[in-house]
Write a protein that binds this ligand. Structure first.
Ligand code: NAD
Length: 480
């Protein structure tokens, strides 16, 4: 992505101030960029565009491919969509990269050696936001995980480790519970790890992984994880690093990339010239690396570190005894500009590979395999019936292809051999398995018609497949 023309959005709140400061530093460092400025965010939302961006501005984003974005304010309530999520998914920005670095002693942190990069899958998982209310009692959110999305993010993480001289990559998932979706993530990680023998690896279940990240973050070098977990742990990591105001992030896809600060629009301090521009500046440095200007990024990052260690601090960092001078946003930018070309003395200077190429990961082609229908789960909305009563009705059907195998409620088996103590909602999963072989979807439709004739309310049907010789559905909890 060698380019000099990028799209810029000044955003809301402190956005315009920190963007002005950032662009001045880029200019002074010799980034030599041209900008198309677009309006996104609060003004666009409040003018009635619930997406927060106009069609013309989508075209500019697509034309320039590289987007430097200041934070925006999302109005509370109403039907406003998350513009961040829309941009990531529309432009295929599958990889979210968040370095979480301690700048101690200049920024307070209990973990002065923390230097961690989190790579978060950015398009799938529960973040697809596909939700349904199925009964009065039960709502559902679909967790969609693809082979392509998983493989791309894991390969990206390994390639990032190589390109940035990182040594250890940790995968986090919850595959002890979600054996299929999270299981795919963990298995793909283990498979791809074999192609990168120079990177050591391990895997943590996300709950203990998050706990270790909060209590002992210096043990981690890089983490790759799924969308929702990554969302949560990257905030934990940024917070324990002490550098929420300093963190930048990139959202990278096959053809487009977006760079920003990790913090929001901070309306409480907007317009006062006191915001710290370092987060957006760090995001902009990630952009410079992406567009082949790693030398400029290195120059800026070293000047920023020198500014911090010289004790020139914005109010959020200012500490008596450590800081020397408290400055506003624009004066901080000038202090960085004055130090362009200098190296830090206390901090380790940043050395980037000046010939780094952007990491490009193509979607893998998933081979087509044999898919055989083995049965069906019919989900029913039924009040005032026990599992035994429901089973008696379903067992009374004279279907020659499908037979009731078990009933579960919220994933736990309640028939046969249920436990009286199990709390049941009105959301029943009735699993039918084929008798003999050669089951077709016509047979399923026939069963559905029979179930409806019993005045039972079918709210959802899931086919049970064998794919590539493996059972392609989970067994119920408590199933023997
Ligand atoms: P926030 O990150 O804007 O602010 C949290 C606290 O940190 C505030 O006290 C703020 O003053 C301070 N702060 C943040 N950035 C700072 C900086 N650069 N310098 C000094 N202090 C800084 O989070 P919030 O208040 O929860 O959110 C405000 C708005 O930002 C909301 O509308 C939210 O939706 C939006 N938001 C946008 C993005 C984005 O555009 N990427 C990300 C997060 C939040």
């Amino acid at each position: 992505m060698d380019t000099n023309r990028i799209t810029v959005a000044y955003g809301d709140g402190i956005g315009p101030e920190i963007m002005k400061a950032t662009l001045e530093i880029l200019q002074a460092a010799g980034a030599n960029l041209e900008y198309d400025v677009i309006e996104i965010g609060e003004k666009v939302y409040l003018a009635g565009n619930t997406a927060g961006i106009s069609n013309e501005n989508w075209h500019i984003l697509e034309k320039n491919k590289i987007f430097l974005k200041a934070p925006i304010t999302t109005p509370q309530g109403g039907g406003y969509q998350s513009l961040n999520v829309a941009i990531r998914k529309t432009l295929g920005l599958y990889s979210n990269v968040r370095p979480c670095i301690s700048y101690a002693p200049y920024v307070r942190s209990n973990f002065p050696k923390m230097d961690l990069v989190i790579i978060r899958e950015n398009e799938e998982d529960l973040y697809a936001g596909i939700e349904y209310q199925q009964t009065d009692d039960v709502l559902q959110c679909l967790k969609l995980v693809s082979v392509q999305g998983t493989e791309k993010i894991i390969r990206y993480a390994f390639e990032y480790a190589i390109a940035n001289n990182r040594k250890h990559l940790t995968c986090m998932s919850k595959d002890n519970i979600m054996k299929m979706t999270d299981g795919l993530f963990h298995k793909t990680f283990d498979r791809i790890a074999k192609e990168y023998p120079s990177i050591t690896t391990d895997h943590y279940i996300i709950d203990i992984g998050a706990a270790k990240l909060a209590s002992d973050p210096e043990r981690f070098d890089m983490i790759v994880t799924m969308n929702l977990y990554g969302d949560i742990i990257s905030d934990i990591a940024a917070d324990v690093a002490g550098s929420v105001g300093l963190g930048g992030s990139s959202n990278v896809g096959e053809n487009f990339a977006m760079f920003e600060a990790i913090h929001g629009s901070a309306p409480d301090i907007a317009g006062k010239d006191i915001a710290n521009p370092s987060g957006l500046l760090n995001g902009a440095c990630m952009m410079l690396v992406q567009i082949g200007k790693a030398d400029i990024a290195e120059k800026i990052q070293n000047a920023l570190l020198k500014t911090l260690e010289d004790g020139v601090h914005t109010g959020d960092m200012y500490k008596d005894g450590v800081s020397k001078v408290k400055v506003g946003t624009q004066a901080f930018a000038q202090a960085v500009i004055e130090r362009l070309g200098q190296l830090p003395v206390q901090f380790k200077p940043v050395h980037l590979n000046h010939n780094a190429k952007p990491i490009v990961i193509k979607s893998p082609i998933v081979p087509k395999t044999e898919k055989v229908l083995l049965g069906v789960d019919l989900f029913l909305d039924q009040d005032n019936k026990t599992a035994e009563e429901l089973a008696a009705m379903l067992n009374s059907l004279s279907n020659t292809h499908l037979k009731l195998d078990r009933i579960s409620n919220r994933g736990v088996v309640v028939y046969p051999n249920g436990h009286a103590s199990t709390f049941c909602t009105n959301h029943w999963r009735c699993r039918f398995k084929q008798m003999g072989s050669g089951l077709t979807f016509e047979n399923v439709l026939e069963l559905q018609a029979q179930v409806m004739s019993l005045n039972l309310d079918i709210i959802k049907t899931e086919n049970l497949y064998q794919i590539n010789g493996n059972l392609a559905y989970s067994v119920s909890q408590g199933e023997k």
